[in-house]
Design a protein around this ligand. Sequence first.
Ligand code: GCW
Length: 658
Amino acid sequence: MLKEYDCWLQKRKIGLTIKIPDAVYVQGDSEIITQAAKEYVNGIQRLANVTPKIETKKTANSSLPKAWLGLISDMEKQALFSNLAAGAEGFVIKIADNNIYIAGKDDAGLLYAVFRFLSLLACGKIKDNFEISETPASSLRIINHWDNLDGTIERGYAGNSLFFKNEKIVYDSQRIEDYARLLASIGINRISLNNVNVRNRAKLLITEVYLEQLAELAAIFRRFAIRLFISVNFASPRDPGVLKTADPLDADVIKWWKECASVVYKYIPDLAGFIVKADSEGESGPFQYDRTHAHGANMLASAVKPYGGEIIWRCFVYNCQQDWRDKKADRAKAAYENFKPLDGKFDDNVILQIKFGPYDFQVREPVSPLFGALKKTRHIMELQITQEYTGHQIDLCYLPFMWEDIMNFDTGEKSIKDLIKGFAAVVNTGLDNNWTGHTLAQANLYGYGRIIWNPSLDAKEIAHEWCALSFGQNETAEKISSILLKSYPAYEKYTSPFGICFMVTPGLHYGPNIEGYEYSRWGTYHRANVKEIGIDRNETGFVNQYAKKNADIFSDPKKCPQNLLLFFHRLPYDFIMKNGETLLQNIYDTHFEGYDEVLEMLEQWKRLKKNLDNAVYESVLSRFERQLLNAREWRDQINTYFFRKTGIGDSKGRLIYD
Ligand code: GCW
């Protein structure tokens, strides 16, 4: 039975496909290698209920088969790996003559190899003569927390912060270790703990007020090959009693940040660096001093450079004071407009972090045109695991379904999976016992790690893997996997139609409010009237930010992918869609379908009752029941809205609540 807290690292006696050797020989004694050995022993205990004995060089009995753990360079000879190349943080695993060889390219690679071996063992994939080599596709695999020092989490739906409470660093070290283990098991290698909106006392995280304790947290993550980033406030030098300015070209400001970095790195010598949200949604930034974002980022980069630190600079910069009457302004254009002209102007240790879409983590957006446009600047993609716009972990929405599409998007030159070598994601975890609020939302955290490690994996494979690891290799797991795969299309169907975005309740971002953002300052309008809906993004020029190949596709309503039609075009309700029906009829149809699909998922879940742990069954059931209400609300409000605008009913005669 699933123990929610253990996520995909369940204790379960599996049917063994190989003989597990009595001993494990560990070569190397670094902190990470020692942790890897512990994980091997614990993993074998939880899956096979035996405890392998750890051997070191002196005690080793060389004649018996063993599990061999170490670095590839140390093990190459004895394991006779068949020319399997592994790059940084990669590994090889080989089974031969009752020996298990688990070898990392480096210490982190070994840790990942152990977790991979255990998950393959749990899935029944390890056999005699098995051999595998893997290298992560991305070198930066980051988790961003938006945790506040008071313990709340911005856009968090799984309880309070794992790290902070009442303006203090407060944590359960066993729990943090368990968290680090979960993250390492899916290959995460960087984490930021505090919100990118760095307010009040969070600004002091880079001072001796908090650094000692932060260093203790860093030490736990370090054993799991995870390095910390800290979110900083660009305007910190301007705080009362410090300086009068935060101008990045001011000598005192430069000195202030250098001193700050020297203190921070004294406590956390391997700190990965700082993350900055500047000139964004009211936060300060270089614009206030007539400086560019390159000025701002490079100034911070030079402060952390002596210590090998990096600056992650977010590109979520847009005018959040827009006037809805201004038809020329287009928020979708902002990231490209702000950062493309600066391409090549950033220092080597600056990394731009760009949200996957031009707006803001909507359920359906095109990939931002900034990907593929930046040629001379390091950049990574930001995803959102926490379900801000995708159902608050009340509604089930299996996100790898969307990420698979993103990975395969061709920027014109290369696909995202070949182009982007780093990812960050706002995480969905908190103090809830199951970490993610909705137990099935664990699949989103798992899926993030897996897909950025290997972007060629598809959403289906990941769902199967997660279900097998969480529920065992059985029919129940298969059924849950099929529910997961239905969930994203269903969510997309009952919420805003065909890529139009932002019909959610303002601020909260759960539930429908069709015109909630229509007359506000946020710049996300759909401009529906009695005849038509959408923004013509040929007219605003947004389409031309893409490479020609994509601009040609997006600019033509006949070629534009249908799920993005209303992102790119302003269309009459009688526009004929691919299925020969009008746009309006398609809106009605998808909304009726979306609701029905939630009902179906709920019924499928009910049928699994006898096979599931009761607490898990009940908590997921209650969420499906809430989701059904939400889906109904969306269906009825959207359909009613368009029925009342157009006066044209459903051709199939279904009831629309007018
Ligand atoms: O979508 C918005 C969220 C804010 C968030 C911001 C950002 C941390 O609604 O809560 O602030 O994105 O990404 O900076």
